[in-house]
Design a protein around this ligand. Sequence first.
Ligand code: COA
Length: 363
Amino acid sequence: MNNVNCGLEGVVVAHTRLSDVDGERGELVIAGQRLEAWALHGEFEERMFVLFREAGAALEASADSQALLEQRRQFTAHNGRAALADAMDALRAGLAQLPSDADDMRDALCAIGRAPGVVAAWAQSRGITGANHETANAEATVNHAAWYSSQLGLAPTPVRVRALSTYWNTVMDHGMNASTFAARVVASTGSDMISSLVAGVGALKGPLHGGAPGPVLDMLDEIGSVDRAKPWIMAELDAGRRIMGMGHRIYRVRDPRAAVLERAITELQEAGATNARLSLARAVERAASDILRERKPDRPLCANVEFYTAVLLDSIGIPRELFAATFALGRMAGWAAHVMEQRRTGKLIRPASIYIGTAPSAE
Ligand code: COA
């Protein structure tokens, strides 16, 4: 029993060329580039194809880009699954009904191309967002971030599109995180790309992984003003609850993605967007870091990516009900690349367990 590692902490299960997370120094490298260089410039799809190439995919650049654009139009309104109460459930259901082509690249582009429309249609059918922006269907050749903005009824202004691209580039890949591992486990059985991506969505939905930014915004709203931050956090911890957006399995310092997203929010503000929550968020982060340092001196607990995701997505007009799904739309590129990489190992991921149940009777 001594050998059981329930959370698989520190267990290495793959070689990867996709990203490297240095939790001690707070550094992230994606496809050979430092996070800042990778995230703050470049479009989502451009970065996605770089990852696919790193994963060993043979790309036909213009044909694959065209295939992605064409997939967007294939989406039909019933994919929105209005009856489902959660955007992640709608995304899971929308992806699950896609046929698998047994070709990883075609399946990935099909899923990634259609996913923004699935999320947006769900939001529209629930009355969370307005109708599609008028340019959405007229201009299918816009980039992925502009397309999603338009589908949500948000004008695809250059500032909004840049902020969303930076966000997606930032969250596209992050080592062997839980949802990536889930996608790789499914792929390791020889199952198809679509099934692997559905597994990723299921894992990402949990509040310990990708479901935190909505609750972070709820927390900021409940706190309301800087002077209430400390008492609120202390009461929360006294009640045995965790502070959302704080702590990380790998990082022992501040998550470098928090800094990149904070910078993107500042750039948005310089371009005229206003969001009073940024200064509140900074104060809450400071208060939470101080209190957690006092209460858990042996376990550094700093802001993670979700903390400023909440403020960034809010600043560009994305409703909080869509935060986790919007995260998934970016991370899908990483999952797909990992599936391609996993295929090359040809090895089934199959850990072991130790039986602690009743022993059968002797006869
Ligand atoms: N608030 C308060 N305490 C926290 C905490 C948080 N956000 N995160 C971890 N801790 C505490 C735990 O209670 C535990 O304390 P204990 O040893 O006294 O029981 C200790 O720190 C270690 O926590 P553990 O759950 O073992 O660490 P982990 O590596 O498995 O967890 C997270 C990592 C991300 C799941 C965890 O930090 C967390 O739940 N954060 C909040 C949710 C969140 O922001 N998720 C998004 C992640 S990107």
